[in-house]
Structure formats: C-alpha cells, structure tokens
Ligand binder design. Structure first.
Ligand SMILES: [Zn+2]
Length: 79
C-alpha cells in the first residue's frame, strides 16, 4: 500500500521524490538502465541492482517498471 505523492500524481511532470517507491519505479521506467535492459533483452547487472532496491524479487519489480513505461508511453501518445 503506497500513498500517491505529489510527483506520482503528475507522472509526466518529471519530478521524482526520493524515498517514494512509485517515483523509484517511474524513474527506472524512464531511465537508461531500463532502456539498456530492454535493448539487451535481459536484466543487466546494474538494472537488477536497481530493481532489488525497490523489492526483493527483481523480476516482479521489472514487471512493474515495464508496465509503468508502457503507461507513460501510452499517456504521451494520447495527450
Ligand atoms: Zn512518488
């Protein structure tokens, strides 16, 4: 359970609050580590480390990041 912070309320605002899990997921989704992992087709070592900072199951956190990246892309396309 996580409260929506001010930055999460405006996901396209480019704002990230340190310590907010939602912001961490979103920052990864827009970051170079996620991009590199997508290009490589696997979880790179650095990306996996970043995922594990947000949860104990890297694959599960990656699924969240991927969903967030798709939501952000969809949001940009529709506005
Ligand atoms: Zn947040």
């Amino acid at each position: 359970m996580s409260a929506i912070c001010e930055a999460c309320d405006k996901p396209h605002g480019g704002l990230f609050i340190a310590g907010c899990r939602g912001c961490g997921i979103r920052s990864l989704a827009r970051g170079p580590l996620f991009f590199a992992a997508a290009q490589a087709g696997k979880l790179t070592r650095e990306y996996r480390r970043a995922l594990l900072a947000l949860g104990s199951d890297a694959a599960a956190v990656h699924a969240e990041v991927k969903a967030q990246a798709e939501a952000l892309a969809a949001g940009r396309a529709s506005t």
